[in-house]
Each structure stands twice: as structure tokens, then as C-alpha cells.
Write a protein that binds this ligand. Structure first.
Ligand SMILES: [Zn+2]
Ligand SMILES: [Zn+2]
Length: 434
């Protein structure tokens, strides 16, 4: 949470050269002869009260005193200087006040824009009287900077409503070029922008019906283990397919913390698009290239894996567990998800087709499932007419004949299961040769 301290420092509206007010010196005003002693004494008291109020940070009261003094002596540079400084301080205070402070104690009165305008008017009046002094120019510059900040605020607010507005984008560029990158008006990077599940900057935030916000992937990873809000345990009837990202919040985060957001994006993409030689593994069975099969994905870790795969290249490796070593086999096959049907309860019904074989170089755990670094198996064909080619052909023919007889037996067996009264002789006739 933001503290009041942070807010006043992050507002960054340091008024340069406006540290104190000027003292109104008794009898040094030259034209004191033109007003009665009583009137001058009253003026002196007003200025004294005003300066005390200013130094105690009671700026409204200071303005009040200086204004009364100004009515008595409208062209006095010290009065103008002091009132202008007080207006600037009020403007600075209002601009740096956190919104939470207004909730506890609402302010009545003029807004910062008007105070900056009044300060500007006093500064210009001061310049007309003392154009040879730097002080009125310092006041004028501060007033204009406060107004400039307001222009920036308007541009940023506009961009949060319509990030695609070319006019606002050009204005932002212009003000940035003129004044450098503004950091003051940005919200402080507090943990309000963090996801309570991964404790990192929210990425693709989703706000649940109970009002809690999480990264999209974090929320659905948590919902793989039950359909409740991870924070308040409200039952949620949402799914990754139907739940949209909070677009406005996402663009506010992206705009205000661009570097961190880019890192989060990269992190997310590295999980969905792992790179050419990295592949997530589905540990189940051996598959052969071109084989098609259907899978019912219900385990939480594989649901997460499938969601990530579906955002990427739709490919994973299928591998069997080697019973002798207890770890995954060295060779496996890549499968492509040709059809993915997400079910309302979070399961997936997949149709996959096997593609290339690969050799697993190393594998590790990632969020519960296995990921492997692989090297793709390249087939090589022996030269035409060579002994290797001949042997390979012989082996292929033998395997094909064996496969055909195996299929035949399988068909006969299923046929027998359907018609159990067939004679024993038929059964003998179809037994395969080894
Ligand atoms: Zn998260
Ligand atoms: Zn909740």
C-alpha cells in the first residue's frame, strides 16, 4: 500500500527557488509616507501574520492575509511575491495529496488548476513591476510547470480512456520532448499492482466476480484445483474461454511500468513458445510417427500444460516411463494437437497426431509437468543397391508379414468372442507362425 510519505515524495512537484516568503521590512518601503502610519502598521501586521502562516504551512490563511495586504497596496512586489508563493504551495499540496486522504477528509475550495492560474497572474504582475529581478520569473516558471503537469495529467487520463488516439499520442510525445519523461505523475510501483498468486506484476489481469484480480494464467492454474477464488473462496463460474482480460487495467499497467511489463510478457511467452529444441512431455505411452489418438486430459498439471501449448505451437512430446530406470524413456515422439475440445469442468478432449521422433537430452520439472531438451532423430537411407539397403528391405518385409498375420489373429479372436460356438479346428488354423 502507498503511504502518505511516499505520495508526497513521488508527486515530485518540487517548487524550485520557492523556499520561503520575503519579510516586509518596517519603514523600508519608501512610499510609506504616502499612507498613514496606522494603515502602514496594519499592512505590516497582515504581512507578518501571512508570513507566519506560510512558515507553518497554513497556506490558505497566508493567502488570505496577503490578499488583504494586496488590497491596501496593490503594486507591492513583496506582497505579490509572497502571495504567489502561497498559491504555488497550495497547488503543490493539492496535486500531491493522495486520493485516500480526500476520502477521509474531503477538501472544499479551489482546485489546483485555479491556484496555478492565480499564481501565474501574480507572477506576471510582479514582472511588470520588477522586470530586472529574476524572482518573478522563477515564480512564473513554477506556475507554468504546475500547469504543464496538468496538461500531462489530461493527456495520460485521455490515453487511459482511448490508448489509440493519435492526437493524444502526439501530444504525449511533444510534452515528453519538451520536458523529458515524466515520472512524477505515475502511480508509485506499490504491491497494489502485484498478483497475489505469483507475487509479480499483474500480467493479463482478470478480475473475478468477487472483485479480486489475478494474472489470467495464475487464476486458471489455481482453478485447476477447484472452482473457488484463491483469495476469498467464493465459488466462481468462469472459464478461461469465457473470461476476458481487464483491458483498461492491463493498459494502465503496461503504460506505467513498461519495462517490468515487457519482462513479464517475455516470461509468459517463454512458457507458451519454448523454443525449437524444448518440448513439454506427456508421460503415458509409446506412439509411432503418423499415429493418431484421442486423449482425455484431466490432471491439473496437464491441463496447465495443454493451455500453454494451445497458446503456442500446439505440440508436445509423448513418452513412456522406463520401468527399469523409473524415469522417462530416452526416445519419444512429438505429437501435434489437431483438435482440442475444452470441457466445462476444465478438462480437455484432444485429438493428436504423432509427427517426429526425438532423443531426450535432459528433462526437468516445470510447474508439475516435465519439459525436455531434445535432439531430433534424423532418418538416413542407405544407398541404392547396397547390402544395407537389401537387409533393410528384407527386415521390412518380414515385419510387414508378421504385422499382417497379427492383425488377422486379432480379427479372428474378436470374431470368436462374438460367436463362441465355432469349432476348435478353426482356432488352430489361424494361430500365427512365430
Ligand atoms: Zn500472477
Ligand atoms: Zn475473491
Amino acid at each position: 500500500m502507498a503511504t502518505g510519505e511516499e505520495d508526497s515524495s513521488s508527486s515530485g512537484l518540487n517548487l524550485e527557488g520557492i523556499d520561503d516568503v520575503e519579510d516586509f521590512v518596517w519603514g523600508s518601503q519608501g512610499d510609506s509616507e504616502s499612507m498613514s502610519l496606522g494603515r502602514f502598521s496594519h499592512l505590516y501586521d497582515l504581512m507578518d501574520m501571512g508570513n507566519k502562516a506560510f512558515r507553518d504551512n497554513r497556506f490558505e490563511e497566508a493567502v488570505n492575509c496577503f490578499s488583504r495586504a494586496h488590497n491596501i497596496k496593490p503594486d507591492d512586489p513583496i506582497i505579490l511575491n509572497n502571495r504567489c508563493s502561497a498559491y504555488l504551495r497550495i497547488c503543490q499540496f493539492l496535486k500531491s495529496r493522495p486520493p485516500s486522504a480526500s476520502e477521509h477528509r474531503p477538501l472544499n475550495g479551489l482546485d489546483p488548476t485555479i491556484h496555478a492560474g492565480l499564481a501565474l497572474k501574480d507572477a506576471e504582475h510582479f514582472i511588470n513591476i520588477r522586470s530586472q529581478s529574476a524572482t518573478p520569473y522563477i515564480l512564473k516558471a513554477n506556475a507554468l510547470i504546475l500547469r504543464f503537469e496538468q496538461a500531462r495529467d489530461a493527456i495520460i487520463s485521455g490515453l487511459q480512456v482511448d490508448a489509440s488516439s493519435n492526437a493524444l499520442r502526439n501530444l504525449e510525445r511533444m510534452t515528453t520532448n519538451l520536458f523529458g519523461r515524466r515520472v512524477h505523475g505515475r502511480p508509485a510501483r506499490t504491491d497494489d499492482f502485484d498478483c497475489t498468486l505469483c507475487l509479480k506484476l499483474l500480467y493479463e489481469p482478470i478480475t473475478t466476480p468477487c472483485g479480486h484480480t489475478f494474472c489470467r494464467s495464475c487464476l486458471f492454474q489455481s482453478m485447476d484445483r477447484g472452482n473457488r477464488c484463491p483469495l476469498c473462496r467464493t465459488v466462481l463460474f468462469i472459464s478461461p474461454r469465457t473470461c476476458a482480460i481487464s483491458v483498461t487495467l492491463n493498459s494502465i499497467i503496461e503504460r506505467n511500468f513498461p519495462q517490468e511489463y515487457a519482462e513479464r510478457k517475455l516470461e509468459h511467452e517463454s512458457l507458451t513458445n519454448m523454443g525449437p529444441d524444448l518440448i513439454p512431455l506427456f508421460v503415458m505411452d509409446v506412439v509411432l510417427p503418423c499415429q493418431k489418438l484421442h486423449l482425455n486430459i484431466f490432471e491439473a498439471r496437464y491441463r496447465l500444460m495443454v493451455r500453454r501449448i494451445m497458446e503456442g505451437n500446439r505440440r508436445m512430446g509423448m513418452v513412456i516411463l522406463d520401468s527399469t530406470t523409473g524415469s522417462v524413456a530416452d526416445y519419444a515422439c512429438e505429437v501435434e494437437i489437431t483438435d482440442c475440445e475444452p470441457l466445462p469442468d476444465g478438462r480437455f478432449f484432444l485429438e493428436v497426431e504423432s509427427r517426429r521422433r526425438f532423443h531426450i537430452l535432459r528433462n526437468w520439472d516445470q510447474d508439475g509437468y516435465r519439459v525436455a531438451e531434445v535432439e531430433w532423430v534424423q532418418d538416413f537411407s542407405p544407398p541404392e543397391g547396397s547390402k544395407e539397403k537389401y537387409d533393410l528391405l528384407q527386415t521390412t518385409n518380414k515385419v510387414a508379414a508378421y504385422a499382417r498375420s497379427w492383425i488377422k489373429v486379432a480379427q479372428e479372436t474378436s470374431h470368436r468372442a462374438c460367436f463362441p460356438n465355432k469349432s476348435e479346428t478353426t482356432r488352430k488354423a489361424v494361430s500365427p507362425s512365430p
